[in-house]
Design a protein around this ligand. Structure first.
Ligand SMILES: [Zn+2]
Length: 200
């Protein structure tokens, strides 16, 4: 099967630790054919054979088939649709250190993964803090920050909820930068929402 296209000029979304280009491993004597046998997923993506790393399958979490080796592979992010590399070294970390199930797939690029983690944390913080009847100024700051994150990514849209929070923040923490950001966010939102009359 020689249908693999080479993407020397591709702009891969950079990974903070591994960069944005395939990483030569200098492991000798492993053919592309042999690499393709290491895991079924390597047959479905473009791989970079020069990056191959041999696996320690005794450290992997698998039921029938381990991954005998790892190789840098090209992926397309499910969220932003940009290309990124799921690095051999990263796979080794996932499957031998973090003990992820050996067939686990990496579907989001590094940047989207960071954003999704931040959104998840913001949602957890927001959910917990929003239950407090009388948040302290510190808790209110955290609630404002979490709300801004969720608002920016479109999860938190309630004008009433944001307006209430803005009023509480203006009372308790008027000088907090997040409070000003919230005022600004709501002002922009007002600007985007036309009022009853459609004037130019
Ligand atoms: Zn992405």
């Amino acid at each position: 099967m020689k249908k693999k296209k080479h993407s020397q000029s591709t702009d891969f979304v950079p990974h903070p630790r591994y960069g944005s280009a395939p990483m030569p491993s200098h492991v000798q004597g492993v053919s592309e054919e042999a690499i393709l046998q290491c895991h079924w997923s390597y047959k479905s993506e473009e791989i970079f054979p020069e990056s191959v790393l041999m696996a320690d399958t005794s450290k992997q979490n698998f039921s029938i088939f381990p991954r005998e080796c790892y190789v840098d592979m090209r992926k397309t992010c499910r969220s932003c649709k940009r290309p990124f590399i799921f690095f051999a070294a990263e796979q080794r970390h996932w499957f031998e250190v973090l003990q992820f199930y050996v067939d686990a797939d990496c579907v989001h690029c590094p940047e989207c993964r960071v954003q999704r983690m931040a959104a998840k944390r913001a949602f957890q913080r927001y959910s917990a803090l929003t239950l407090l009847a009388k948040p302290t100024p510190d808790e209110l700051q955290q609630l404002v920050d979490a709300s801004l994150t969720l608002h920016a990514q479109g999860t938190l849209k309630s004008r009433d909820r944001l307006g209430q929070l803005k009023n509480a923040a203006l009372r308790l923490i008027p000088d907090y930068p997040g409070t000003l950001a919230l005022v600004e966010a709501l002002r922009n939102k007002d600007a985007l929402m036309p009022t009853d009359s459609k004037s130019d």
